[in-house]
Design a protein around this ligand. Structure first.
Ligand code: ZN
Length: 176
């Protein structure tokens, strides 16, 4: 079965930035996603299209195909008096900030000054070139519910669901 829109795909990957490994999936816990809905980075999704179980490849995504350029304008100074738990903040911490309309954003605490806290709202990987080494571990049809929801349902805590999927996976390997 080839990867196409409407398939639930599981992959193992190693993510490298500037020659340094910064993330990898656990060997027994691949990442599962619904193909074709933008659940993963578009560049990675395009590279996976048409691949099948056992295929492996490496892809390098420049910032424009990943998390965008680093934007100096996305750095903001917030008055300490506007931050309820300001005493708990430390440089490097990731915090969630809600705007007046109730939208929440994550930001990294860049600096703590006398009266203000400097927050960096850029995604942590903004401005970075990402290299993914990918192995395709599974491809299956999405369920009606998954298509409706627009994401894969892979609750690894629910044994029943996992057993069903594992059987399917073995079947498709036998057929190959
Ligand atoms: Zn859902």
């Amino acid at each position: 079965m080839q990867i196409a829109d409407g398939k639930v795909v599981s992959i193992e990957y190693v993510l490298t930035v500037d020659g340094e490994e910064i993330a990898r999936t656990d060997a027994d816990d691949p990442m599962e996603y619904l193909h074709g809905v933008g659940e993963i980075l578009p560049g990675l999704e395009t590279a996976l299209t048409g691949k099948k179980i056992g295929d492996s490849f490496s892809i390098t995504l420049p910032p424009e195909d990943a998390y965008g350029d680093y934007d100096e304008e996305d750095i903001e100074e917030i008055d300490k008096s506007d931050i309820p738990n300001v005493a708990e903040l430390e440089v490097g911490m990731i915090v969630e900030v809600e705007d007046e309309d109730g939208y929440s954003y994550t930001a990294e605490v860049q600096e703590i000054r006398k009266d203000v806290v400097v927050l960096d709202f850029n995604p942590p990987l903004a401005g970075k070139t990402l290299t993914y080494d990918v192995v395709v571990k599974g491809v299956r049809d999405a369920t009606e519910e998954e298509l409706e929801h627009g994401h894969a349902h892979s609750d690894w805590d629910e044994d029943e669901e996992w057993d069903g999927y594992e059987d399917e996976d073995e079947d498709s390997l036998d057929r190959a």
